[in-house]
Design a protein around this ligand. Structure first.
Ligand code: FMN
Length: 451
């Protein structure tokens, strides 16, 4: 295996005060982080110092629903719109990839294609798009709809949306821009294509009004775990974000997605699978445990129950907090995959409601580990070497300190073992990930020219 392939890809999942549900109450947290741009600049620069491949920012277009008393205690209720945040961070970083979520359920491909092409231009080839179908049903009410579209419809729309966006990014062929001042010709009109798309959900004429960006398409990221989500990932994702509570389910998902990609004729190596990973790291195991316990003690029971109710799609506030998790009616909502994951953890280990929220408070069901840098790297290596991951979407439980711990303790250990770069070698996000740059469809399948 070459040095490059052995490397573990690293994303840094931004969130205002950290991924632990109680992070914002910690003395080290900037409680106003959700509206504090300087704080995000500092996090981005720390991640770049740690030579991460990318920053990632999730998005939901609604405030969590629920009684305002418990919602008002949740630290992530104040957050900025991630695309705009990424544009700001592009200007204060030089190398790190900039990936953010944009939903295909409540947007239009023409606008999204313009925005991501522009981010890719501003950042000089560092943009990535996490394509989601919106997990929150409450988003519907903010976009003139009474109900969230059914899942199958959301995914059909997502597929068409992404195809239209890619078609728009192919508006100009390679070498279309001449910038010929002498002849007075900006671009070669023979290399401009009008999409003229008419489909089930969209009618988009094109061409795109933004020129081709350095990567042509932003790196395509997918995070849906259902059958439909995995099919979409297999067809077009270059990075798959996933949530797993244990290595076995991560391995099964990894094999499944790579298998689906191969069945579609894709090189499975061109899909990087990066599960979420919540590391509590200390100079010693005892120090890591202490950091974990400090955060656990800050969980307000109302927040714990509210968080679980949200992911279960079922209000748990009427049940005994020290009783078992009740039977949850099956849901087909956007949160079904996470509901299934958390229910499986509770049933497997016989957890009460309180024990379940304490178990998942660090990262909402994503895999977490507590230990020294060497313990953490051992776990990462096991996941990568046994076919559970190609890398990780690192979710520091507390910002900025848990990120600093990762950069100062875990990164050098990864480097010592030859698993992480010692400097950025390429320029674009695809360079960092070892992914091929996409050619336009016109270069791949030359169309007969008319006239
Ligand atoms: C790491 C990770 C990040 C995600 N980010 C978002 C997000 O920003 N916005 C969103 O609506 N859903 C997000 N999701 C959820 C999924 O993209 C998807 O919408 C949800 O899982 C429902 O699809 P599914 O039923 O196919 O799993 C994320 C999931 C994971 C694992």
């Amino acid at each position: 295996m070459s040095q490059r392939r052995r490397r573990i890809s690293l994303g840094m999942f931004l969130r205002p005060t950290g991924h632990h549900v109680a992070a914002w109450r910690h003395p080290d947290a900037a409680a106003d982080a959700g509206s504090n741009f300087k704080h995000f600049v500092s996090l981005a620069q720390t991640a770049e110092r740690g030579l991460f491949d990318l920053l990632f920012c999730a998005d939901i277009a609604t405030l969590w629903a629920g009684d305002n008393d418990s919602v008002s205690r949740i630290g992530t209720m104040a957050r900025m719109e991630p695309y705009s945040l990424m544009v700001g961070l592009a200007a204060v970083t030089r190398h790190i990839g900039l990936v953010c979520t944009a939903s295909t359920t409540y947007d239009e491909p023409f606008n999204l294609a313009r925005r991501f092409a522009t981010l890719d231009i501003i950042s000089n080839g560092r943009a990535g798009w996490n394509l989601v179908t919106s997990q929150h049903e409450a988003e519907a009410a903010n976009f003139g709809r009474d109900e969230h579209m059914p899942k199958s419809q959301r995914y059909r729309r997502a597929r068409e949306f992404a195809e239209v966006a890619q078609g728009l990014w192919d508006s100009f062929e390679e070498g279309a821009f001449l910038y010929d001042k002498t002849d007075g010709r900006l671009f070669d009109p023979a290399k401009l294509h009008t999409l003229d798309h008419k489909g089930e959900f969209f009618r988009v004429r094109g061409p795109l009004s933004v020129p081709t960006s350095p990567q042509r398409y932003p790196v395509m990221v997918q995070a849906g775990a259902s059958d439909d989500g995995r099919d979409l990932a297999a067809a077009m994702a270059e990075i798959v974000f996933a949530a797993h509570n244990d290595i076995e389910s991560a391995r099964a998902c990894y094999a499944d997605i790579k298998g689906r990609a191969a069945a579609l004729g894709r090189d499975p190596g061109s899909v990087r699978i990066m599960p979420g990973f919540v590391p509590f790291v200390g100079r010693t195991r005892a120090e890591a445990q202490e950091k974990f316990q400090t955060l656990q003690k800050l969980i307000h029971p109302q927040v714990g129950v509210r968080m679980l109710s949200h992911y279960m799609g079922h209000d748990l506030s009427g049940y005994s907090i020290d009783g078992p998790l009740p039977e949850i009616p099956e849901t087909h909502s956007g949160l079904a995959s996470r509901t299934a994951l958390l229910t499986a953890v509770a049933r497997r280990d016989g957890l009460t409601i309180r024990q379940l929220y304490e178990r998942v408070a660090g990262g909402r069901g994503h895999f977490q580990a507590i230990g020294s840098a060497s313990d953490i790297v051992d776990i990462m290596v096991e996941w990568v070497e046994t076919g559970a991951a190609d890398g990780f979407n690192v979710m520091p439980p507390l910002f900025p300190t848990a990120l600093e711990d990762f950069v100062e303790l875990v990164v050098p250990e990864l480097q010592r073992r030859g698993l992480h770069r010692t400097r950025y070698e390429g320029n674009t996000l695809r360079d960092h990930l070892g992914l091929a740059m996409p050619l336009s469809r016109h270069a791949r399948r030359p169309a007969p020219r008319s006239g």
